[in-house]
Design a protein around this ligand. Structure first.
Ligand code: TA6
Length: 327
């Protein structure tokens, strides 16, 4: 039965989805995605970086620092920086690779994408190495990124990386979606789905430990790489009555980071108190290199939902999660 409309109530505005190219205050180009129910997202061509994801009430769900520098060569502090061709610091490559501080291009003609046809709001970007990039990482590649807003607001990032070397050389890389979530108060947050996992602790000379306890809570700085993390993780914000559900595919590990007070004070592009309102939960491929032969392609996908917190803790029993193959 169709819903009755009272003649006195104003008509509900009809929204439609849209994809618009525009510029931010410092002149950096970005694409704004809007889906029909009012959710939106923004992706900057600089870094191929998602810098906003808002729900249908206009609430920002990603953290971007008030001190973020929207000016090359600095990577933007917040949103979803892409770490490629490496996560972390090894060799000559800059920390977390160069993808996050390069200008990506709009990909007008991406190869066919096996996607859900219900998703109509998306942007396709592409990154190819410059002459300068080839000096520090001597490999030809095509990195295609699709940023999509599903009907209902879920944010979906799909990365496809192809080895386009013509001299027969393989290459290996590590990768992360360095996702900064906006939270009410870090000390009130629980993360479910990582308990009992092994992790490397970056604050403890990268020693390997096993997580104990019910859920991950935060009382101090944390910088951990969880190994073989489940494909679904929940980040529960009781105060905001919101749960983020993060699903991932092709990305075995999950990094969890919060700099806490001391480290924040040493970061030029993060306010001293802002650590309280952010949590990085980063689907990643860090501990086992991904290797591609010429012509081969790798795919890594992340899907973020923000649901009301009636989504109870305990629903993410790791056993059930591992069996859940909805993704
Ligand atoms: O993902 C965690 C991490 O690797 C931390 O070690 C911390 O340094 C963070 O990334 C931020 O790195 P950035 O280079 O963006 O300052």
């Amino acid at each position: 039965m169709a819903a009755a409309t009272s003649s006195s109530s104003p008509p509900t505005p009809q929204r439609s989805s849209s994809v618009e190219r525009t510029k931010g205050p410092t002149g950096l180009e970005k694409i704004v995605l809007r889906e029909a129910r009012g959710w939106s997202a923004e992706v900057h061509l600089y870094g191929g970086q998602v810098t906003s994801w808002k729900n249908d009430h206009g609430d920002e769900l990603l953290f971007v620092s008030s001190k973020a520098i929207f000016k090359p060569p600095k990577a933007i502090r917040g949103g979803i920086p892409i770490c490629f061709p490496q996560f972390g610091t090894q060799g000559n490559l800059e920390k977390h690779g160069f993808a996050r501080n390069r200008f990506w291009a709009i990909d007008d003609n991406p190869p066919p994408f096996p996607v859900n046809t219900a998703i109509k709001t998306f942007a396709d970007l592409i990154l190819k190495p410059s002459e300068e990039d080839l000096k520090v990482w001597p490999h030809s590649f095509e990195f295609r990124l699709r940023v999509a807003l599903a009907p209902g607001g879920d944010l979906i990032l799909t990365s496809r990386i192809r080895n386009t070397n013509i001299d027969g050389r393989t290459f290996s890389f590590t990768f992360a979606y360095h996702t900064y979530l906006s939270v009410s108060d870090i000390s009130e947050i629980r993360v479910e789905g990582l308990e009992t996992l092994d992790y490397f602790d970056n604050l403890n000379e990268k020693e390997r430990f096993t997580e104990q306890g019910d859920a991950i809570v935060f009382e101090a700085e944390v910088d951990k790489i969880y190994l073989d993390a489940p494909s679904k993780i929940a980040i529960i914000d009781h105060e905001k009555k919101r749960t983020y559900v993060l699903r991932k595919d092709g990305l075995p590990d999950t990094v969890v980071w919060n700099p806490w007070d001391k480290k924040s004070k040493n970061m030029q592009d993060l306010g001293d108190e802002e650590y309280k309102h952010m949590l990085c939960v980063e689907p990643a491929a860090v501990e086992k290199l991904i290797t591609l032969k010429p012509g081969e392609e790798w795919k890594g996908r992340m899907e973020l939902s923000a649901v009301p917190s009636s989504y109870c803790s305990g629903q993410l029993d790791p056993e059930k999660v591992l069996q859940g193959l909805e993704f």
